[in-house]
Ligand binder design. Structure first.
Ligand code: BG6
Length: 501
């Protein structure tokens, strides 16, 4: 039996919460539809909220129909899924809750007449995670290293110190091999494909360094605002919410050295090497390397939207950033002095996540100046979402007697090529946890390395409150200062454009 087909009990802490509703339930339903779940599969939800079993089932079904790509839930399929789905309500600090959980796990194993894989999924606010881990430990529910795993959602800590403490609490109860720290960007097909693109092709690796690459841009732009997550976001901000994890992970995939094998730890070692090589920004120079912003009122797709400070659970004088742009250097032979520009923000002009690899100009321009007016250096664009694909931009001669060069695109689109649905990140990640494959999950040293890299910025921003917030209207590309950050180096952010021509 393949490991992911082993009898499995998924224990969700925070089962009535937003993440379960929005991400886990639709992912489980898609896996069910694709026959990817083990035949013997049970969900035990835990939540502080009191709710009947029916209400819990209804909540999961509601999430699946809202967010599953299939649009609606098939009643028959769903009925087959729910008999092994149950909720235990209780206080996460109460040992009795863990005793009930233990009993229920035992009862399920007895019914199946075999030991089950158990996946504890912490889909809770970060403040309660340590209590839960200690509760699991005190009830001796974690000892079976082979069958028991724990999934920890982001945010993983609030800064380096709290992340290190959380790692300490986790490793006091679980072995590192049992711990799966999620960064859902790593589950996206287009992000996983970065490794395939770089290391399954002989073409790109020889030019993947400072000799050929001028700079790299990583953009994750969202049109949504903070939605109903004001209370969380007020303490997070864009740097913690997006850059510390998702953008840094993409940076690692772009910058890492080739792995020797496809082992989880080999790949993670190579990523940690990148994080260790990131040049620390001196705290008193942060303003030259990092820009923060907060959205004001504006329009998204012609609809008026409120300012961040007018969102629910947000302070009227909030200084949380909803936009961050930073410039980093990776100090090693491959990347010395190649800037990595990272930016992310909410309520931006478009929803687009992409990586731009900008190559150097040709060393000598031999074409007549008039022919090369539209000439641009080569560019490789990795479209992560919503477009999924890769574009290589190079120069071509216009047909006709006049010598004229201009950039053209060589275009690979997932949709057009594979004509199949890309699984949602959470589907991939849930299957990987069940299979015991930690490649797409973060190890303790990765999380800490990433916090260490942004700590000077966090410190500097905490010490000086932003005087100009809100400093960009919703529906734009962020504050002027983000343009200046890159323009000072004689460069500009790449205007986004769809893959399909
Ligand atoms: C989450 C952040 O990790 O990623 C959210 O907390 C953000 O603020 C989300 O909206 C973006 O994810 P995706 O998959 O929609 O790009």
């Amino acid at each position: 039996m393949t490991p992911q087909k082993m009898p499995t009990i998924l224990v969700i802490f925070g089962a009535m919460g937003d993440l379960t509703w929005r991400k886990l339930s639709p992912a489980l339903y898609n896996l069910l539809l694709d026959n990817q779940l083990p035949e013997q599969f049970a969900v035990i939800g835990l939540d502080v909220k009191e709710a009947s079993q029916d209400k819990f089932h209804q909540r999961l079904k509601d999430g699946a129909s809202h967010f599953c790509q299939c649009g609606s839930v098939d009643d028959e399929k769903w009925k087959g899924f729910t008999p092994n789905v149950s909720l235990i309500s209780g206080n996460f600090a109460d040992p009795a809750l863990y005793a009930s959980l233990g009993k229920q796990i035992q009862a399920q194993e007895k019914t199946w007449e075999c030991p089950a894989n158990q996946v504890f999924y912490l889909a809770t606010p970060p403040g309660i995670m340590e209590t839960i881990v200690k509760g699991i430990g005190a009830a001796s529910l974690a000892h079976d290293k082979q069958h028991i795993r724990i999934v920890v959602e982001k945010p993983f800590g609030h800064d380096l110190a709290s992340a290190t403490t959380l790692n300490g609490v986790l490793t006091a109860v679980f072995d590192e091999s049992q711990i799966y720290r999620i960064d859902h960007y790593l589950g996206k097909e287009t992000v996983q494909n970065i490794l395939a693109f770089r290391f399954a092709n002989a073409l790109f690796e020889p030019i993947w360094d400072r000799r050929y690459i001028d700079h790299i841009q990583i953009t994750v732009a969202e049109q949504v605002g903070v939605e109903h997550r004001g209370a969380y976001y007020e303490h997070a901000g864009a740097l913690r919410d997006m850059i510390q994890n998702h953008l840094m992970q993409i940076l690692c995939l772009i910058a890492m050295e080739p792995m020797v094998s496809f082992e989880a730890d080999e790949i993670r070692n190579k990523k940690v090497d990148v994080l260790r090589a990131i040049r620390l920004i001196p705290e008193n120079q942060v303003e030259h390397f990092a820009v923060r912003g907060q959205y004001g009122a504006g329009r998204i797709n012609r609809h008026k939207v409120p300012a961040y400070r007018a969102e629910p659970n947000v302070a009227a004088d909030s200084s949380s950033e909803t936009f961050a742009a930073i410039k980093l250097f990776v100090d090693n032979w491959r990347w010395q002095d190649v800037p990595f520009y990272l930016r992310t923000g909410k309520r931006l002009a478009e929803k687009v996540s992409e990586v731009i690899i900008q190559f150097h100009p040709v060393p000598h321009q031999s074409f007549p100046a008039a022919a090369a007016l539209a000439w641009q250096p080569n560019q490789l664009i990795i479209h992560i979402q919503p477009e999924e694909g890769i574009v290589l931009r190079f120069q071509a001669k216009h047909p006709g007697p006049v010598l004229q060069l201009s950039p053209v695109n060589m275009d690979f689109s997932y949709q057009d090529t594979f004509r199949t649905r890309s699984p949602e990140a959470y589907e991939t990640l849930l299957l990987d946890v069940m299979a015991g494959d930690a490649t797409l999950f973060m190890r303790a040293d990765q999380v800490e390395g990433s916090w260490a890299a942004i700590t000077p910025i966090l410190n500097a921003w905490e010490k000086t409150l932003p005087a100009d917030f809100p400093n960009y209207p919703s529906g734009t590309w962020g504050p002027e200062a983000a343009e200046t950050l890159i323009a000072r180096d004689g460069r500009s952010w790449n205007p986004s454009e769809p893959t399909s021509t």
